[in-house]
Design a protein around this ligand. Structure first.
Ligand code: TGC
Ligand code: FAD
Length: 386
């Protein structure tokens, strides 16, 4: 039993899945961890690791074919967990590339689009971003204003996207826009298309190890070959979110594990009133609450991976996992920060960085309230959003 695997849940995974977990964890520990403090201070993503993410098959790793690894939902989940144990921005980079961009093309693209773009995205020859959110359309993407008008040979895009991860470094943007008919449609916009530009968003106090941008479309011509032909309105965009939310449910448990482990180690060494902090009842109660919630979240993740493998995982079940695991991870990070005292606010320890990151992760991919309302709708049959 390791410090953060109280129920020996690792026994439930196959040897191959545990190998994937270990190689990802080793990579994060050895190659990414040393870069994080500076990247966080500079509010930047360490781009030098991008080729390594590709070499290790961490981009779109659960997609079958087109140069992707085709791993099981459990192996994929473990990758997300170990990446986010390093930093949510690292997991976010892989989530956006794999779950939002590659998955969108894999599910809704033409065969030509899949053959052209998926191998390039898997090998990081191209970086992708996913533009759904707008300045006035976050929780309610149906109200988006980005507009696509039919023209000879393609479409003319006008509008703006905001809060877009990887936007400024992306070669390819999956963009959701409204047609004259009111239907929402997905487009593939390449970075050198005339009328497409990006601007970097600075000043975030959360998810600083991640690039966040605005996307601007001013009479941007998108050829017919770049529409996602199988996309069926907003529903298709939301199906991509399901993939990313599944990864987040696993990922945030990695952040929680890192915070718990740090608090456990620290409180074992910190002498207070002539005894170790972890020998006090109050500290033990905090540590027990942390491992209790981590263990329940690990079991929840394992179970949704079984449902996903069988093709039975429903959106509201993903909502439950995303909502629960973000909430408990944020609570664990706050508790760990408290247990480190003043050291809890300094970036010599990973806790404050995880705590700040988790504020974003609780908001993006559907806020806690949005997931609560989605679950409420599935329980009662009444939708309470509007
Ligand atoms: P609503 O009428 O409920 O749905 C429209 C159609 O879509 C279907 N549907 C879903 N299908 C698949 N998966 C889901 N999760 C689905 N949710 C709904 C629904 O059945 C319906 O189908 P049909 O056949 O009847 O047309 O739509 P609504 O306008 O009432 O909105 C529902 C709501 C609020 C749940 C949804 O819009 C929502 O999820 N809002 C949150 C927005 C969000 O999460 N944005 C994320 C942007 S991407 C991002 O944050 C990336 S962060 C980077 C990283 O991941 O690391
Ligand atoms: P709002 O929708 O304005 O919500 C504000 C508050 O209202 C929240 O508390 C919410 O829970 C509450 N609320 C919403 N609806 C109701 C209701 N019916 N009843 C009561 N309360 C309600 N988006 C992308 O498309 N691509 C990306 O790559 C991406 N990356 C991101 C990266 C970062 C760092 C961040 C912070 C965001 C990113 N997002 C991205 C956007 C993200 O998905 C949105 O921020 C999120 O969906 C919430 O939208 P909003 O910020 O507009 O909040």
């Amino acid at each position: 039993m390791s410090a953060y695997d109280f129920l020996n849940i690792d026994r439930l995974f196959t040897t191959e899945e545990l190998m994937v977990k270990k190689t990802t964890a080793d990579f994060v520990r050895k190659e990414v961890y040393p870069l994080l403090q500076q990247a966080h201070r500079e509010e930047n993503f360490p781009k030098q690791i991008i080729p390594r993410l590709a070499e290790m098959n961490l981009l779109g790793s659960n997609i079958k074919g087109y140069g992707c690894a085709g791993l099981s939902p459990r192996a994929y989940g473990l990758i997300m967990q170990e990446l986010e144990r390093g930093d949510s921005g690292l997991r976010s980079f892989c989530s956006v590339q794999g779950a939002l961009v590659m998955w969108a093309i894999f599910s809704f693209g033409s065969e030509d689009q899949k053959k052209e773009f998926l191998p390039q995205l898997a090998t990081a020859k191209k970086i992708g971003c996913f533009g759904l959110t707008e300045p006035d359309a976050g929780s309610d993407p149906a109200s988006l204003k980005c507009h696509a008008k039919k023209t000879k040979g393609g479409w003319i895009l006008n509008g703006n996207k905001m809060w877009i991860t990887n936007g400024s470094i992306a070669d390819l943007a999956v963009v959701w826009a409204q047609l004259d008919s009111g239907k929402i449609q997905g487009f593939l916009v390449e970075k050198d298309f005339k009328g497409f530009s990006t601007s970097l968003m600075k000043g975030k106090f959360s998810l600083r190890v991640s690039i966040t941008s605005e996307l601007h479309f001013q009479d941007c011509f998108v050829p017919e070959s770049h529409i996602l032909p199988q996309a069926q309105g907003l529903k298709s965009a939301l199906e991509c979110l399901n993939q990313a939310r599944y990864g987040i449910a696993w990922g945030v448990v990695g952040s929680a594990m890192e915070c718990y482990q740090t608090a456990l180690n620290y409180s074992g060494q910190r002498m207070i009133f002539n005894k170790a902090l972890s020998s006090t009842q109050l500290a033990q109660a905090k540590l027990v609450k942390m491992i209790q919630n981590i263990t329940l979240a690990q079991l929840l993740n394992f179970h949704i991976s079984v449902l996903k493998e069988k093709g039975e995982l429903k959106p509201e079940q993903i909502s439950l996992a995303k909502m629960n695991n973000c909430k408990i991870s944020l609570e664990i990070a706050r508790q760990a920060r408290d247990m480190l005292g003043a050291n809890g606010i300094i970036d010599e320890y990973p806790v404050i960085r995880h705590l700040l990151n988790l504020e974003t992760v609780s908001t993006y991919e559907g806020t806690e309230d949005i997931h609560r309302l989605s679950i409420g709708r599935s329980l009662t049959g009444y939708q309470a959003f509007k």
